[in-house]
Design a protein around this ligand. Structure first.
Ligand code: PLP
Length: 398
């Protein structure tokens, strides 16, 4: 009889979004006339920008004509897409060559696939609270996981701990769920730590486009020494509204070697074996994000989300509620008032003012008593939600 990967039985059920949707369903049934204000789900609400739509249409037309039709493309990414990303890095002063760029169907797919490169004995280090996929991917792969806690005292950022014997280090900046961001010095500490011990950093930069402070690196590749210890995983999901369209990219420097093997070449071998690449049409749409027109348009859209963040942060400031994130990230991570648990605060906001957020408990035990607000929603509804939060909490406190 076949033996299954029994590590699947070790996965903890993810009740978070299921519980949230059940609670919303029950509330809707009991209160069908009440409007709900969603600040919970990390999905965008605005459509793809014009430059992308034009490129998608034109790529569809290419596929209708014999002269322009594209069949299989290179598995690691179409040359035009890899060049567009390489130019984007070069314009930021980071020397990344097209061969160091790999197209992906999104960061989630890539995070799951890329750990194929590392032996099962390699131990993962995950900072908590964490994006849940890091843990689940490592559990499925049968890896030992070290959990490193973060909290309010360090603004939910972690520093290397030499006593932790980790090989694969997950870093996410800007962070989901906390919105926390590492500065140059803090990332340099991680790069030195990884190089010293021969570890690899998996740097999740899914939210880099939200960074506005010059003191915050957009890419780990901006840090001296990163090219010998880091892989960067990026996504167009939140940057350019590709959550449903699906496209991302991964940077694997050509200098990244371990055990006498070159990791970039290993990933080429992996991709040429395990995928036939990302659709031509989608890569054409993705390349349009990196044109001048595309960049201008996506930054107009990001401004809307950033404005939502400002509206919410203003109310939290007025109420004196502690939070981090919101400035260089699309998430605001707040301490629940009155020492409520995240789930109690969730119920309170839903029942009293019909505002929906995400309880911190869903991101690991360090999230207990915290709450995530996402800023991807409709701007008018975000304003109403913010006013409702202000009125509710100030009434409670008086
Ligand atoms: N990484 C982080 C930190 C995320 O928050 C998300 C999505 O919410 C992803 C990766 C997955 O992104 P994608 O839509 O590209 O799969």
């Amino acid at each position: 009889m076949i033996n299954l990967n029994m590590h699947y039985s070790e996965l903890k059920d993810s009740y978070l979004f299921y519980n949230i949707s059940e609670k919303i369903k029950a509330y809707r049934q009991a209160n069908p006339d009440k409007e709900l204000y969603h600040l919970g789900i990390g999905d965008v609400s605005l459509p793809l920008c014009d430059a992308v739509i034009k490129a998608l249409h034109s790529a569809v037309d290419d596929q209708s004509r014999k002269e322009t039709f594209q069949g299989y493309l290179p598995e690691c990414g179409a040359p035009f897409f890899r060049k567009a990303i390489s130019d984007f890095y070069i314009n930021k002063g980071i020397d990344i060559k097209p061969e160091e760029v790999f197209a992906s169907s999104g960061a989630s797919n890539e995070l799951g696939d890329i750990i194929d490169l590392f032996d099962q004995s390699s131990k993962a280090l995950i900072m908590e609270p964490a994006y849940p996929a890091y843990i689940d991917d490592s559990v499925i792969a049968g890896r030992k996981i070290f959990h490193q806690d973060t909290g309010r005292d360090t603004m939910f950022l972690a520093s290397p701990d030499k006593s932790i014997d980790a090989d694969l280090i997950y870093l996410c900046s800007p962070n989901n769920p906390t919105g926390a961001v590492y500065n140059y010095e803090q990332l340099k500490e991680w790069v030195d730590f990884a190089n010293d011990r021969g570890a690899i950093i998996l740097f999740d930069a899914a939210y880099e486009a939200f960074i506005e402070d010059d003191s915050i690196p957009h890419s780990i590749m901006q840090i001296d020494g990163a090219k010998t210890c880091a892989i960067e995983i990026c996504s167009l999901s939140k940057t350019a509204g590709f959550t449903g369209t699906r496209l991302g990219y991964t940077i694997i420097p050509s200098e990244l070697n371990r055990n006498g093997m070159n990791i970039n070449s290993m990933w080429v071998r992996n991709r040429t074996t395990k995928t036939n690449g990302v659709s031509y049409i989608i890569q054409k749409g993705g390349a349009a994000v990196f044109t001048d027109e595309g960049q201008k348009e996506i930054h107009e859209i990001l401004k809307v989300y950033k404005n939502n963040a400002k509206v919410l942060m203003k109310v939290l400031d007025e109420l004196g509620i502690w939070y981090c994130g919101g400035k260089n990230a699309p998430y605001i991570w707040l301490k629940c008032p009155g020492n409520m648990s995240g789930w109690d605060f969730f119920d309170y906001l839903l029942n009293e003012i019909q505002v929906i957020g995400t309880p911190g408990e869903g991101f690991g035990k360090c999230g207990s008593g915290y709450f995530r607000l996402a800023t991807f929603g409709d701007s008018k509804k975000t304003i109403i939600a913010a006013e409702r939060i202000r009125d509710l909490i100030s009434k409670k406190e008086n």
